[in-house]
Design a protein around this ligand. Structure first.
Ligand code: SAH
Ligand code: SF4
Ligand code: F3S
Length: 466
């Protein structure tokens, strides 16, 4: 997950154990997670499965018997993180006389498979996202010979791991997977190759997990998938995404519902209507636009236009006037001209996204945008960098202005926990997903309390209880 990412973070939302302190003699696992919420979720499942097998989690790589890195390959930069991480992991393995298992999981593992073993002789195990449920057996087998498992399972064989982390129920906010994979073919994107075809998790299982979480201390559920709006459409008799939202909202104890990620093409009127009907549905939506230029959107194969996106936003804001939008933007896509980029900037100015994640286009193996590069001019690095900085500068101003509009007003905050930096300070979120720090007692964690915003910053707010 990007450091600037305002989406829920791993330990808080997934309900991972506050690091379990290792018992003398017990096995220890060190797990590092890169990438998106799908990887966070898989890491939680890995921990739950390994805990059942007697593994305690450790923060010290140097004392781990098992070192796992859960990787992301969505752009080149996150992929590079793997290589420096492995350098460290192998140093630990050598120091321990070889008595440590080193494993690569996630999207780079899926993409590179055997090649990783060939490149790194000390690597024991490489496995893709579909192999997560078999972690314990794979680790055992890898002690005899290196193991690679990057098979995509048939729909009928795929199991959404149901193991709930034992402490998930003690958290305020939790992720629940509703879908895996992606059937879209956005030309820049490697995810369909690393995560495989789209599969919807049965709504009955989703609701069982939500009920179990809400029966504990969880008040906020974030439904996750790569393209949540197409949930259930390919399964006879399954709920649609909108129907799922209504069903989750009906579970006692669920106060807030979030979801990610939405594809603008698949967002239907029924979901817009849900913003009128469901107070539990929060007033924040992450709706990746990628570009404000129709020419670029066409080449990205996003299947919507700038105007369709604008109309959708207007409909959503009519249904929910305080809706705060965030988005993803790619600059420097092959053939992007200055005019194309100006259209992205003008869309930002018009729609005033509260936050955005912006990236320079990064060519990915086996994606169809690579073919565009054969006939389109690649945008020179300096040009892409300059566009990125201009976009981010503009976004920072808008984010701060939007936050300043909140000063002096009172908002109900779901209190998530103590601030990491200041003692006696709590941190909570508005329905619009703004983070507010305010002085308060730990007993408020998990409650929704009214707080007045006293000071706005670009990425957070300060407040006082009323
Ligand atoms: N399923 C989600 C997000 C997938 S990846 C969606 O459809 O929106 C998250 C973000 O990474 C994307 O929204 C996109 O902005 C960015 N991204 C993906 N591939 C990229 C690439 N090759 N170069 C630059 N950014 C990329
Ligand atoms: Fe990638 Fe597009 Fe699927 Fe999102 S919808 S994961 S950007 S292919
Ligand atoms: Fe990265 Fe894989 Fe997620 S490529 S963004 S970890 S689906």
């Amino acid at each position: 997950m990007d450091p600037q990412d305002p989406r829920p973070t791993l330990s808080r939302s997934l309900g991972l154990a506050p690091e379990l302190s290792p018992q003398p003699g017990s096995k220890r696992v060190f797990l590092r997670t890169f990438g998106c919420q799908m990887n966070d979720y898989d890491s939680g499942k890995l921990r739950a499965l390994l805990a059942k097998d007697g593994y305690a989690t450790t923060d010290e790589m140097g004392e781990a018997d098992l070192i796992i890195v859960n990787t992301c390959s969505v752009r080149e930069k996150p992929e590079q993180k793997l290589h420096s991480f492995l350098g460290e992991a192998f140093a630990v393995k050598r120091r321990r006389g070889g008595r440590a298992t080193v494993a690569v999981a996630g999207c780079v593992a899926q993409q590179e498979g055997e090649k990783l073993l060939a490149r790194y002789r000390e690597l024991d195990l490489v496995f893709g996202p579909d192999a997560v449920p078999g972690i314990v057996a794979m680790v055992e087998a890898s002690k005899r010979a290196p193991v690679v498992d990057t098979q995509f399972l048939e729909a009928s064989d795929y199991v959404f791991a149901d193991e709930l982390d034992p402490t998930a129920k003690e958290r305020v906010s939790a992720f629940v997977t509703i879908q895996k994979g992606c059937d879209n073919k956005c030309t820049f994107c490697i995810v369909p190759m690393t995560r495989g075809p789209e599969l919807s998790r049965p709504s009955g299982d989703i609701l069982t997990e939500v009920r179990a979480l809400a029966a504990g201390s969880v008040r906020e559920i974030t439904l996750i998938g790569q393209n949540v709006n197409s949930y259930g459409l390919k399964v006879d008799g399954e709920k649609t995404f909108a129907e799922l939202l209504y069903a989750v909202a009906a579970v006692p104890g669920v106060e807030r519902i979030r979801y990610t990620t939405s594809h603008p093409r698949d967002m239907g009127d029924d979901v817009v209507q849900a913003y009128r009907d469901l107070p539990q549905l929060t007033s924040h939506l992450h709706l990746p636009v990628q570009s404000g230029s129709d020419r670029v959107l066409r080449r990205m194969k996003r299947f919507y236009t700038r105007d369709r996106y604008r109309e959708l936003v207007h409909a959503l804001r009519e249904a929910r006037p305080d809706l705060a939008l965030s988005t993803d933007v790619i600059v420097g896509f092959p053939g992007e001209t200055d005019e194309d980029f100006e259209e992205t900037l003008s869309l930002l100015d018009e729609l005033r996204f509260h936050t955005s994640f912006s990236f320079k286009y990064s060519p990915r193996p086996n994606t169809s945008a690579l073919k565009l590069l054969e006939r389109e001019e690649a945008v020179p690095e300096e040009v892409a960098q300059a566009r990125l900085l201009r976009f981010q500068e503009r976004q920072r101003i808008i984010s701060l202005e939007e936050n300043q509009r909140m000063e002096g007003q009172v908002y109900p905050l779901l209190v998530e926990g103590p601030s990491r930096h200041d003692e006696g300070v709590l941190c909570g979120r508005t329905s619009t997903f703004k983070m507010v720090n305010f002085p308060g007692d730990l007993s408020l964690v998990g409650q929704t309390v009214p707080v007045r915003v006293t000071r706005a910053f670009t990425n957070s707010l300060r407040g006082e209880p009323v």
